[in-house]
Design a protein around this ligand. Sequence first.
Ligand code: CA2
Length: 148
Amino acid sequence: MSDTIFLLNGPNLNLLGKREPEIYGYETLTDIENTCRKHGLKLGFNVECRQSNFEGELVTWIQEAREAAAAIILNAGAYTHTSVAIHDALRAFAGYKVELHISNPHTREKFRHTSYVGPASDAVIAGFGTVGYVMALDAVAAKVKSSR
Ligand code: CA2
């Protein structure tokens, strides 16, 4: 089984740390990705970090994970609430899948209360700020190791 975990971030998450710190915190996406790569190595995993503002690119990466990754951690950003294409791609991935959010969408506007990612995922982590990325890695690593 692959020792790689895909950490995928969707639209606008490249702006982390640069706007709306009261919601999303002060860490940049580069900070988060560096932390996750380092933490992943300690857990025995290579963490492949990618961000895209394009729905189709995220779909292509989820498809690529079928051959290249044991698990996917996905913060699909606003596509969480709209994308049947991402839902379908996740359904076709047999490994472990986590829906991740920095904020808790359920405490926010009503349009954020629907997720197309959650029903195609094994677990959801939301509302812990950027610490949630490390929490997701710990949980996914434990799950993948226990399934071997
Ligand atoms: O809480 C999350 O992680 C979200 O996935 C973030 C998305 C939002 O649409 C989801 O409902 C919840 C938005 C990401 C936008 O990120 C920004 C970061 C800094 C400045 C502006 C946007």
